[in-house]
Design a protein around this ligand. Structure first.
Ligand code: HEC
Length: 117
């Protein structure tokens, strides 16, 4: 007999509004508002990167690298990021070299929760 599918994590059992009040998500919101919101609108539906995050369609290591130093990712010749860079008329994204993995994870989780509210 097949095992029943397990929920990926308890998160799915909670209502997203309650989640906004958890320390991880409110920390992510604070970081996003302070560092990212000038250029990224979380409610914009035309932004492929947001959709990719919401759909878990990204490589974590690559994303960490991008957020810490987008310039070096561009210079490495990475096709995906170079295409995006060109699409955005070569506007450089700010680098955040001091963000820890934990902080980046908090931002990512916040984006997912905010978008699913
Ligand atoms: C100065 C404006 C600016 C700021 C501030 C900024 N970004 Fe960006 N971001 C961009 C632009 C422009 C792009 C599109 C690529 C390019 O032109 O470099 C981008 C692309 C991205 C991508 C695309 C990656 C993908 O895989 O599709 C992610 C993720 C991202 N930004 C996250 C963030 C996060 C998280 C913050 C805050 C910590 C942030 N950005 C702050 C301008 C900005």
């Amino acid at each position: 007999m097949k095992k029943p599918r397990q929920l990926k994590n308890n998160r799915q059992l909670l209502h997203n509004d309650d989640l906004m009040n958890t320390p991880q998500i409110s920390e992510g919101k604070a970081l996003f508002d302070k560092n990212c919101s000038a250029c990224h609108m979380i409610r914009a539906t035309d932004q492929i990167w947001l959709e990719n995050i919401v759909r878990n369609n990204y490589d974590k290591k690559e994303l960490y690298g991008w957020i810490r130093n987008s310039d070096s990712v561009i210079k490495s010749g990475n096709k995906y990021y170079n295409e995006m860079f060109n699409e955005f008329n070569k506007v450089k994204m700010t680098s955040f070299p001091n963000f820890t993995d934990k902080e980046i994870d908090e931002i990512i989780e916040y984006i997912k929760v905010e978008r699913s509210r």
